[in-house]
Design a protein around this ligand. Structure first.
Ligand code: HEM
Length: 336
């Protein structure tokens, strides 16, 4: 493999890993399980490509005394190793691994995202051919891709991917680990979930005496409900899995008012398509009308009242979505 091809492969793998990783944040339904498998499979290929790159470039950079470039290359490599090792440790550890208050899954994802601009800065100045391969090169591409050398290299990368993916999952099982298809580790069922927010934002103060949830947009007339009025629409019990993007999942009972009952009470338009749910903090989630009909505005969890840190007076329960869409401290529902 030429140096330019190796650089192209590295850039593509890093971008693909960051993109598939980011997409997992919105992949809560088992239909999207393939996305996690693709992400895991790309990891082995990236590990091998980084190994080859370091073996080729380090001696040259040291020999040529290009210290500035060497320092930057080492920073990029360090971040790549942190992202890769973090992901592998998360999958293979058999437990919910944390460093301080963050899970290793979250730290690996941040390292992966920081890696993207570093790789672009590292590769682009000298390798502008990454974006503009020569016309002759493009013409010869099919022959080069099907050459014996390329097929062998592709096969080796594929094997490394499968070995890393299968090996890490095997070690996880040996250590008694149980992950959901999203990679999240199961917490004991039936309990109140840990109270987390996406960026670690603090719990807001909500005054129950004045709190109301407002339903507006394509409804017969904007309406607001106090907690007692909301509950009077009829509460029901639902068991649902809350799957936090920081890497834990819990199946637990929720009590609350179906969102469809709230929308009907406000006179939702027959041809309304979208429902946006906003928190007092400004956080929000957008749902199709079909999804909205499966949601609940929960006022209770695990047999008790919903704690403030878990979103009281009410939070959205959205089956088949990751925790970041389970909007807490709901204040506003907009129908469009
Ligand atoms: C260049 C960036 C990234 C690299 C190099 C990377 C690397 C890895 C590795 C090595 C694994 C373990 C694979 C295995 O052993 O089977 C992994 C798993 C995972 N990564 Fe990443 N990752 C990156 C970015 C991200 C981002 C941005 C996110 C989310 C925001 C993310 C989410 C996940 C998840 C959820 C898993 C667990 C999947 C499972 O349990 O099957 N990754 N990653």
């Amino acid at each position: 493999m030429t140096n330019a091809s190796l650089d192209r492969l590295l850039a593509t793998l890093v971008l693909a890993m960051a993109a598939t990783g980011l997409l997992t944040l919105w992949a809560g339904s088992p239909d999207a399980g393939w996305l996690f498998t693709v992400h895991d499979l790309l990891a082995g290929a990236l590990a091998v490509a980084i190994g080859i790159k370091l073996r080729r470039s380090l001696p040259k950079a040291i020999g040529g005394r290009r210290w500035g470039r060497l320092a930057f290359a080492l920073a990029v490599s360090f971040m790549a190793v942190v992202a890769l090792t973090g992901g592998i440790l998360w999958v293979g550890s058999g437990e919910l691994l944390t460093v301080g208050r963050s899970t290793v899954l979250t730290l690996h994802a941040w390292a992966g995202l920081v890696l993207v601009p570093l790789v672009i800065l590292h590769l682009l100045p000298r390798r502008w051919r990454l974006l503009r391969p020569s016309v002759g090169g493009v013409r010869k591409l099919p022959d080069r891709l099907l050459s014996r050398r390329s097929l062998l290299a592709g096969g080796a990368l594929g094997l490394a991917s499968i070995a890393l993916w299968g090996g890490a999952s095997f070690v996880d099982r040996l250590r008694g680990g149980a992950r959901r298809f999203t990679g999240s580790r199961w917490l004991p069922a039936g309990a109140v979930p840990p109270a987390t927010t996406f960026f670690g934002e603090p719990t807001p103060s909500v005054d129950l005496a004045v709190w109301r949830v407002l339903i507006r947009g394509r409804v017969a007339g904007a309406r607001s409900f106090s907690l007692a009025e909301l509950r009077a629409l009829g509460e029901t019990d639902h068991v649902a899995v809350l799957d936090c993007t920081s890497g834990w999942a819990i199946e637990t009972p929720w009590r609350g008012v179906p969102l469809s009952a709230v929308l009907s009470a406000a006179g939702v338009a027959d041809d309304a398509a979208l429902v946006e749910v906003h928190s007092v903090t400004g956080w929000g989630a957008s749902l199709s009308m079909e999804e909205a009909h499966k949601c609940v505005l929960a006022t209770g969890v695990a047999g008790g009242d919903l704690p403030l840190a878990n979103g009281a007076p009410c939070r959205l329960v959205v089956p088949d979505r990751r925790g970041l869409d389970w909007v807490k401290w709901v204040a506003d529902v907009v129908v469009t």
